[in-house]
Design a protein around this ligand. Structure first.
Ligand code: ZN
Length: 161
């Protein structure tokens, strides 16, 4: 990799398939900053952002497969309540990490509690959704050696140490 990595700062408003605003950086004056090439933002957005220049405003549509993935019915599982941590205090909507079918760590949400069993969903809440990002590129600069060593952007919108 001889290409210099860049730090890109941008404002965004994220809307879901139904047009509902899911998240926005406009609530604060702080643009979001990321270091290129490290999958710090979803793949479809990173690919589109790489072609933009500072000052550009774009509406970027990202299909589910390039965002949080397709919805996977196999990640909806029913397990005995007793197998879960804090089983006596479980509530619908609770989240916890557990290994998925391929051994990868997934965040599971409690969908239903049915007596001694609990129905869990290991899909990302935005899985299966086509997302739209209204972006404005605020700044693009080369990453510093320190940022490259740490693997994240520093300064406004990035990490503070
Ligand atoms: Zn750092």
């Amino acid at each position: 990799m001889s290409v210099a990595k860049r730090v890109i700062s941008f404002h965004y408003t994220l809307t879901g398939a139904d047009g509902e605003v899911i998240d926005t950086s406009r609530d604060s004056n702080q643009a979001f900053s990321y270091l290129e090439g490290l999958s710090q933002i979803i793949p479809g957005l990173e690919k589109a952002m790489a072609l933009l220049n500072a000052g550009d405003k774009r509406k970027i549509e990202v299909e589910a497969k390039d965002a949080y993935g397709e919805h996977d019915d196999q990640l909806i599982v029913e397990v005995p309540k007793a197998k879960l941590p804090n089983s006596d205090k479980l509530e619908v909507g609770d989240q916890f990490q557990a290994s998925g079918p391929n051994g990868e760590m997934l965040l599971f949400r409690v969908l239903e509690i049915n007596g001694d069993n609990v129905k869990l969903d290991g899909n990302h809440p935005l899985a299966g959704e086509k997302l739209t990002f209204d972006v404005e590129v605020m700044d693009i600069r080369n990453a510093t050696a320190e940022e490259l060593a740490h693997g994240h952007a520093h300064g406004p919108g990035g990490h503070h140490h």
